[in-house]
Design a protein around this ligand. Sequence first.
Ligand code: HEC
Ligand code: HEC
Length: 147
Amino acid sequence: MKTTRLLPLAALLLAGSAFAGDHRYTLSPAYVAECGSCHVAYPPALLTAPAWATTMQGLGKHFGSDASLDAKTHREISDWLQTQASTRDKHAVSGKTPRLTESTWFHKEHLNLSLPEKTTSIAQCNACHTRAEQGDFGEGSLKSNRR
Ligand code: HEC
Ligand code: HEC
């Protein structure tokens, strides 16, 4: 199809533009509704497609919680995550319950940080990224906690 073939080119053009370092992620409303209630809806592009598939297959036993979905919503969110997922090794993680906070990229980007008071986990992105709920991880909305 013509449109799909054009996509890689569009992505290349975007990567070369001023938006490249923007760190804003588009989040689908269904994803925010279902996956943004216990924690922020994590940027889908920070995990690979296989890792998202594993996450979605294990929702019944999800980090000590039951995050199961009805079949229709499950398929909708799974399909959407697959289209948004990263294809880069630096975002790949393994394990039964993949954590994007364990990727090579995440570690490199979050070296030597101390967690703010009352924050129990680095997975609470919004403790530092004040607009994380909107998918905005730009430096402009960052509370710095670098030691
Ligand atoms: C019932 C509450 C709940 C719901 C709903 C929920 N999660 Fe979670 N999720 C958790 C908990 C608890 C953790 C562990 C958080 C931590 O370590 O601070 C977690 C962690 C994660 C992590 C790993 C974060 C890291 O450390 O990198 C991913 C990825 C994730 N959830 C994806 C999802 C997706 C996708 C959905 C929607 C299908 C979802 N979650 C819905 C409770 C939930
Ligand atoms: C303890 C505070 C803290 C927490 C919690 C945190 N981050 Fe960050 N994050 C930072 C800091 C500080 C930087 C800037 C690093 C730099 O510029 O070198 C950063 C950088 C980033 C960047 C790159 C932004 C840019 O402009 O370069 C992204 C994307 C990001 N974090 C995503 C996340 C996600 C997703 C989570 C939750 C799973 C998270 N962060 C949790 C502090 C935090």
